[in-house]
Design a protein around this ligand. Structure first.
Ligand SMILES: Cc1cc2nc3c(=O)[nH]c(=O)nc-3n(C[C@H](O)[C@H](O)[C@H](O)COP(=O)(O)OP(=O)(O)OC[C@H]3O[C@@H](n4cnc5c(N)ncnc54)[C@H](O)[C@@H]3O)c2cc1C
Ligand SMILES: NC(=O)c1ccc[n+]([C@@H]2O[C@H](COP(=O)([O-])OP(=O)(O)OC[C@H]3O[C@@H](n4cnc5c(N)ncnc54)[C@H](OP(=O)(O)O)[C@@H]3O)[C@@H](O)[C@H]2O)c1
Length: 403
């Protein structure tokens, strides 16, 4: 069933789009209440992907393509471990980045990045006055991770490690809590693509969050923000958030134009928002979604909603690529190749083309498949296809939101 509960009318749309004073920022966030938080992936999935909705105050407006920023907190257990390793109680007073006095515990909880270890932090730790006398693996081993010449080694060391690992490997260096403001990066907000249309959900911003969990160097780890959203953000919890506008990821102004959306995994999030929005405003343009994940049974995010949208003719085409349902991998770009003639025909009809999700591998492969489809459709060369894509970019018809 396509989700229309609480849908705003088309007349409301203009009011929504007109926007209103929205003063919340990362430095002045809104204290939002979590109103939905449920697991979307099946019990036999290798992933934990959740659907979360955050309450908004009246006047907080977003547009499909925008993201929401969440200011995370480090886990209480992680804070306690760091305090223990350092030999402090947490009641010590420190000055935060704005020179406001707070407790050291608060600093470790929501000001300092004690999660994944940054190479820069290792270098700064090694420069603290007591570093030369550090215990554990000793100063020579610490120094071997510093400086431009040792970048690769330092990156290897940091991968899968957190600040607590550095404290255990090279103890006895931190003498004053305040020193950590010099060593550690600031704990920064995390962005999540908004997966709802405000036409349908006037009072909430919904998100599609993959909870990061892994085991490394003998410890169970989790992503700071996604772990918090997965484990410590039950319905009713208050969290500091702000809306983050993304002008470079927008539906066409002309609602009669077709759109092609490629969003494997959590990359599908903004496309749920696009589809809800196009349905709510009665857009006449056709919609084509390529979605992929590991297994149909456990990882088909928003399956019911997408199938209902397809049934209702809103989602003109839905092509899925479940990579692990067969012996060989099938990815979204393989589906694009299978349907390249039609894909090119859509582009020729003025379609906007969107990619969201994995920046490192997927986005590149999808662009290659797009270029191949254009070259084949034009019966031309890859250079000609690149020119065609460059023209699409100029017309804002090729947009990516990759991370
Ligand atoms: C514009 C934008 C939109 C986004 N939209 C979404 C979205 O819709 N949904 C979503 O889930 N995320 C989205 N993200 C990603 C999100 O912002 C966070 O980066 C993500 O949730 C991880 O944050 P975290 O605090 O949980 O993890 P962190 O504490 O930041 O840790 C993540 C880091 O852990 C390390 N790591 C992860 N796995 C392993 C492993 N197996 N071994 C060793 N190290 C590992 C990596 O260094 C990784 O970068 C988006 C990002 C951007 C920039
Ligand atoms: N910054 C972060 O820490 C963070 C947090 C959450 C998500 N993310 C990123 O967000 C993106 C989405 O994550 P997700 O777990 O929901 O999905 P994902 O890892 O992108 O996986 C979705 C589907 O894409 C497939 N895939 C793998 N390589 C591909 C390629 N080269 N081309 C096309 N498809 C490919 C996967 O197949 P197989 O797995 O079977 O190969 C799976 O079927 C990823 O970039 C992920 O790393 C980042």
């Amino acid at each position: 069933m396509s989700e229309v509960q609480g849908a705003a009318s088309a007349a409301d749309a203009e009011t929504l789009e007109a926007g209103s004073g929205q003063n919340y920022t990362r430095n002045h966030p809104y204290s939002s209440t979590v109103v939905l938080n449920y697991l979307m992936t099946g019990s036999d999935s290798e992933k934990e992907t959740r659907h979360l909705a955050f309450s908004l105050e009246q006047g907080m407006m977003y547009t499909p393509g925008d993201a929401i920023g969440v200011l995370p907190e480090n886990r209480a257990e992680s804070v306690a471990e760091v305090l223990e390793a350092l030999g402090f109680t947490g009641d010590e007073r420190v000055l935060d980045h704005y020179k406001v006095e707070i407790s050291f515990e608060e600093a470790l909880r929501n000001r300092l990045s004690i999660g994944k270890l940054a190479r820069g932090s290792v270098g700064l730790y090694a420069k603290l006055p007591e570093a030369k006398n550090c215990g554990g693996k000793g100063f020579d081993a610490l120094n071997a991770l510093c400086g431009p010449a040792n970048k690769t080694l330092a990156d290897e060391y940091c991968w899968g490690r957190e600040f607590i690992d550095l404290l255990h490997d090279f103890p006895g260096v931190v003498k004053e809590p305040q020193q950590l403001f010099h060593v550690l990066q600031r704990l920064v907000p995390r962005l999540y693509s908004i997966s709802s249309s405000q036409m349908v959900h006037p009072d909430t911003a919904e998100t599609t969050v993959r909870v990061i969990r892994y085991e490394s160097h003998g410890r169970e780890r989790q992503g700071v923000a996604s772990g918090q959203l997965g484990e410590r953000a039950e319905v009713g919890t208050k969290l500091p958030v702000f809306l983050h506008s993304n002008q470079n990821f927008r539906l066409p102004e002309d609602n009669s134009l077709p759109v092609i959306m490629v969003g494997p995994g959590t990359g599908v999030a903004p496309f749920r928002a696009f589809l809800e929005h196009r349905e709510a405003i009665g857009a006449t343009g056709h919609n084509w979604l390529f979605f992929g994940d590991q297994r149909r049974n456990s990882d088909f995010l928003y399956e019911d909603q997408f199938l209902a949208l397809q049934h209702d003719g809103i989602l003109t085409r839905l092509d899925t690529a479940f990579s692990r349902d067969q012996a060989h991998k099938i990815y979204v770009q393989d589906r694009m190749r299978e349907h390249s003639t039609e894909l090119y025909a859509w582009l020729e009809r003025g379609a906007y083309f969107y990619i969201c999700g994995d920046a490192t591998r997927m986005a590149k492969s999808v662009e290659e498949a797009l270029l191949d489809a254009i070259a084949k459709g034009k019966n031309g060369t890859l250079d000609e296809a690149s020119e065609y894509l460059a023209a699409m970019k100029k017309q804002h018809r090729y947009q990516r939101d990759v991370y």
